[in-house]
Structures are given as structure tokens and as C-alpha cells.
Design a protein around this ligand. Structure first.
Ligand code: SF4
Length: 413
């Protein structure tokens, strides 16, 4: 967080005396604009209040500059204490993060959580609590064994026809349940030679038709580096599709600039996999970013991790799925939370995920129902799970139960 002038500090102090309601619901005022109605300089009232209160000398242009947002991200307990009251559990956790997933929250995302209760779902996403320091015997630092599927730095080649390419370890916000908490946030950058080796690996493996660029968050890289990565992958003839995995529209929507979209659209077919956790994340700014990407021609999918106390019930999940469709994002995967160290307080049972799918399928549009998967510990890959709709299945017939519990038969002959 930058140090504004003394005047700014005084204004902040004064504004905190005025205070804010901890009962205020972030996202409650969200309007989903139709694509022709989106203001060019969209800044919600909530963001404006926050900016005026804590960054009083910062202009709207600076606030809307993604690099300003990254430079001013909250990364320490002292920074956070200037804008919000922290619980004892949060303070203890932040003070003991050494060597673990760091703390980082953009001012934009801070504006969504600074006046929330300790239990607020979006707050729990980014502010650690003391339970994060507890490790269970079933947890592993690299539960998907990505390191053992990595032939060269940055590449994970687990499935037959596609590779994961982790191009950076940096994110604009660190999610406390991150599967790659063993590597993200660490100072382990890929150099030019590492990139060249990764491109050579993909070029040498003709079976690779799909490259997923992920991280960390690839969209924290500059336009120039993204252009360099994408152009080199696109040169490889057998690569049919490229995907980018990112949480940027949720945590730093200012990053989705016209220039970025113009760079990305040179490399179609390019799919973008987003990551949403809660309906309140779908703010006006986030909606604008997603619609801009959709207008760029990128098919948008969303992955959601099932998280205890955040989205582990049907009404919240249904609201999230509906809001995503309204901003042209297709729900893709619902993940069982991976067994990373300190994730016990986030994990639900697998049964809970099945209950949620059961509560969606048939009760809302099929487009609003993601595939529930467990990423098998030990590197077994994603395994889809469905509620049990099959009552009986033999050579003669299959007997199934529909979403209302009614039995239906289909002949096999
Ligand atoms: S944005 Fe993705 S990679 Fe970064 S911390 Fe969150 S889950 Fe992990």
C-alpha cells in the first residue's frame, strides 16, 4: 500500500472515526449491465467510497490502472489494520505466515471486504485465520503430485493430449485454499531460457493439442510477456487450442483493458477459465470485465472450489451460477477442495458436493450446472461424480430416478 501524504493519512484517520456499518452486505447493490449500457469508466459507489476514504489523493484514472492496483496491494498486517478491524484469529494467522502462502489483496478487492464481519465469505477467501496453520495427516503440500508430472520447469504433462504451463507464481490476491500454495507466491520466476525449454517441449510432443496457461495468475504478467508466450505457443502447429486460467476479472477487473483483449484475440481459439467462489464477487466491475472478454470472442468458463461456510449450500451456489450466466460465463467445474496443508476448515464432505449438484440438476438450466469433480490425491486426475440416478442397470434396461425422485425406464434392447 502506498504512503499518500500526511494530509491523506489525516483524512483516513478522520474517515475511520466516521466508521462504517459492519452489517453492510458487499455486492448487495450490484447491477448487471447489458453490454450496451456499460459506462466506460465504471467505478461502483462502493469502490468510490473506499477510494475517497483510504486513498483520498488517488484519481479515478489511477484506481482504474491495474498496475496502480498491484503496486498498492495490501500485503502486511500493518497495511490491513489501517482499513479494517482484524480478529485475533486473523492477526495470529497473518503473524505466522512465514514460508507459507503470502497475504496479498488488491485495493479493489479490499473495497469489497473492509467493512465486513469476520465470517464474510469473500473476506475468508483472502484473509487467513489461525486454522490455516493446522495441518492434518491426510494433507500434502503438492496433493496432485504436479512436480512428478513436470518434465521441464513450468510444464505439467499429466493427461495424454494437453499440458499445463505455469508461467508465473504471482497472483494479485492469494486465495487461502490455493491448490498450488506450495509454489505460488514464491520468488521462483521463469527466465527466458525456461520459457524456450517449455516451448521446445510442447513443440516436440505432437500429441499436445491443448495448452492451459496458468500459474499463479498469468494475467498479472505484462501485455508484452503475454504476447511473447502466446505467439510462441501459437507457432506450434499441432497446438489446436490455448486456454488461460485466471481469477483476474474477480480480483483485479481493471486488468481487462482494450489492449489486453486486442493482444489475446490474435491467438484464437483461446478459451478463458475463470475462478469464482461466491455470488457477491460478481460486481459491476467484474461483470464489465467478463463481458469485455466475451465480446473479444473468448469462450468463458468458471471453476469453483466447494468451500465450507462460503458456498456450500444450494441457494448460494445457484445464485452464483445464475449470475455467471448473466455475464456470459458458463459454469464448468465444481471442485472438491484439494488436500493442501491447512485447508481443513475449508473442506466439506464429498457428500455435500453431491447434494449441491442434486439441488441444481433439473431445478435450473443445464447450463447452470457445473461438473462436480474430485482431483484425485496422488495425481490420479479429475474424476467426475454424480448423484446416484441409476437404480438398476442390466442387459435389458436401465431404471433411473429423475430429479423429482420419479422412476423412469429405458430399454437396452
Ligand atoms: S488466483 Fe489461483 S493460483 Fe492464485 S492463489 Fe488463487 S487459486 Fe491460487
Amino acid at each position: 500500500m502506498n504512503a499518500n501524504s500526511n494530509e491523506a493519512t489525516t483524512l483516513r484517520e478522520e474517515s475511520r472515526l466516521v466508521g462504517c456499518s459492519s452489517d453492510e452486505e458487499p455486492g448487495a447493490e450490484t447491477t448487471i449491465f447489458s453490454q450496451n449500457e456499460i459506462p466506460i469508466q465504471l467505478v461502483s459507489n462502493r469502490s468510490t467510497d473506499f477510494r475517497q476514504r483510504f486513498f483520498p489523493l488517488t484519481t479515478i484514472d489511477s484506481w482504474n490502472d491495474w498496475k496502480w492496483q498491484l503496486r498498492n496491494a495490501f500485503t502486511s498486517i500493518d497495511d490491513l489494520k489501517k482499513i479494517m478491524k482484524l480478529s485475533e484469529k486473523e492477526v495470529m494467522a497473518i503473524n505466522n505466515l512465514k514460508g507459507r502462502l503470502p497475504l496479498r489483496i488488491t485495493p479493489y478487492f479490499a473495497s469489497l471486504i473492509y467493512n465486513t464481519k469476520f465470517s464474510d465469505p469473500m473476506r475468508r477467501n483472502v484473509i487467513p485465520v489461525v486454522e490455516e496453520l493446522l495441518t492434518h495427516t491426510t494433507e500434502q503440500s503438492d496433493p496432485l503430485h504436479e512436480k512428478s508430472f513436470s518434465p521441464v520447469k513450468g510444464i505439467v504433462h499429466r493427461y495424454p493430449d494437453r499440458v499445463l504451463f505455469t508461467v508465473t507464481q504471482v497472483c494479485s490476491n492469494y486465495c487461502r485454499y490455493c491448490t498450488r500454495s506450495h509454489s505460488v507466491g514464491k520468488l521462483d520466476k521463469l527466465g527466458r531460457q525456461d520459457f524456450e525449454k517449455a516451448f521446445s517441449y510442447i513443440a516436440a510432443h505432437r500429441e499436445v493439442r491443448d495448452v492451459l496457461i496458468s500459474g499463479g495468475d498469468p494475467l498479472t504478467l505484462s501485455d508484452e510477456i503475454l504476447d511473447y508466450i502466446l505467439s510462441n505457443i501459437r507457432k506450434i502447429e499441432h497446438v489446436e487450442i490455448i486456454r488461460i486460467g485466471t481469477r483476474i476479472p474477480v480480483v483485479l477487473p481493471q486488468r481487462i483493458t482494450d489492449n489486453l483483449v486486442n493482444i489475446l484475440r490474435k491467438y484464437h481459439p483461446l478459451f478463458i477459465s475463470l475462478h469464482f467462489s461466491h455470488p457477491a464477487e460478481v460486481t459491476d466491475e467484474c461483470a464489465k470485465a467478463c463481458i469485455k472478454l466475451a465480446d473479444g470472442g473468448f469462450p468463458l468458463g468458471s471453476q469453483t472450489v466447494l468451500l465450507k461456510g462460503i458456498n456450500d449450500n444450494v441457494p448460494v451456489m445457484k445464485e452464483l451460477m445464475h449470475k455467471l450466466l448473466k455475464i456470459r460465463v458458463r459454469p464448468y467445474y465444481l471442485y472438491q477442495c484439494d488436500l493442501i496443508p491447512g485447508s481443513g476448515h475449508f473442506r466439506t464432505t464429498v457428500k455435500k458436493g453431491l447434494e449441491i449438484i442434486k439441488g441444481l440438476r433439473g431445478y435450473t438450466s443445464g447450463y447452470a450446472v457445473p461438473t462436480f469433480v474430485v482431483d484425485a490425491p496422488g495425481g490420479g486426475g479429475k474424476i467426475p461424480l454424480l448423484p446416484n440416478y441409476v437404480v438398476e442397470h442390466n442387459d435389458e434396461k436401465i431404471v433411473m430416478r429423475n430429479y423429482k425422485g420419479v422412476l423412469c425406464e429405458y430399454p437396452e434392447k
